[in-house]
Design a protein around this ligand. Structure first.
Ligand code: SIN
Length: 275
């Protein structure tokens, strides 16, 4: 096995592991790597949908998306598709997946199906480091505070994107989570807000809440917390959705990255109530 670190902050590209090996021994190795690096990448793993589902189920029960329909024969798989002429793609600004759910996703397994020759890399950011590097003053301000996370409604996941098919659910809903959560497996503190879904700090004046959230979002954007993955076809990313944020870069500009299709298969594993 070879493990190549992607940046000083998080992420590793792993070779010498076969993702179709569903033994507990292989899974334990993968989970250890995931907890250590927060996001791990594998190239040349042409998993079938069944094999991707089998791997995902080793992490726990699978989740279906609130607004997007899964594949016809594999409802657990959301196909993230960008048409050649589209300038936007799903997940295009920093976020933690479905933080608006009562039990946001634990782990995501994303497999590349069709990749443009340029553009559409995915960036990840380490939210344990984001917490650790906050000032003592900010840590004190957000200690024991909670925030509202909004699902934004179907508009944000389906209507905006030509190729994303809705499941008929349209309504927005929200849930409240601690701003600092503790990782259930490592015990580490995580800065758990994100600029896509986190709307307001509870029990705080709206102006003060806006000010603090703005400062936190800006802090989370620090490039030294990140790594960037350039996709090739049949690559697989597995990320810990509790301790990271990510964004699919939408650098689809005329005469450069625009004009190509991008297709990814996503499976989400159910998480727990953030504590
Ligand atoms: C996502 O935000 O879940 C998708 C990221 C990507 O397609 O790069």
């Amino acid at each position: 096995m070879e493990v190549k670190l992607l940046s000083g902050a998080l992420g590793a590209e792993v070779s010498g592991i076969d993702l179709t090996d569903s033994s507990d021994e292989n899974f334990n190795k993968i989970n250890e790597l995931l907890l250590e690096h927060k996001v791990i990448f594998f190239r040349d793993q042409p998993l079938t949908s069944e094999q991707q589902i089998l791997l995902a189920k080793k992490f726990g029960p699978l989740e279906t998306h609130a607004y997007v329909k899964g594949l016809e024969n594999f409802p657990e798989i959301v196909r993230i598709k960008k048409a050649p002429e589209e300038k936007h793609q799903w997940g295009e600004t920093w976020h933690t997946d479905v933080s608006y759910n009562p039990k946001p996703t634990k782990v995501i397994i994303l497999k590349s199906v069709k990749i443009p020759p340029v553009g559409g890399d995915t960036m990840f950011s380490n939210m344990e480091t984001a917490y650790d590097t906050l000032s003592d003053e900010m840590k004190e301000k957000i200690k024991d505070k909670k925030a509202v996370h909004s699902s934004l409604g179907a508009e944000a996941f389906v209507k905006k994107y030509k190729e994303m098919e809705g499941n008929g659910n349209l309504d927005e809903y929200s849930n409240i989570h601690p701003i600092v959560r503790v990782h259930p497996e490592t015990g580490k503190k995580i800065l758990y807000v994100n600029s896509m879904y986190t709307k307001q700090i509870i029990d705080m004046d709206k102006d003060e809440s806006d000010k603090i959230l703005k400062e936190l979002f800006l802090h989370q954007e620090r490039l030294d917390f990140t790594c960037r993955f350039k996709w090739t076809e049949n690559a697989v990313a597995i990320w810990d959705n509790r301790s990271t944020q990510h964004q699919g870069l939408t650098d689809f500009f005329p005469n450069r990255g625009l004009g190509f299709e991008r297709v990814m298969d996503r499976i989400a594993i159910e998480g727990d109530h953030p504590q």
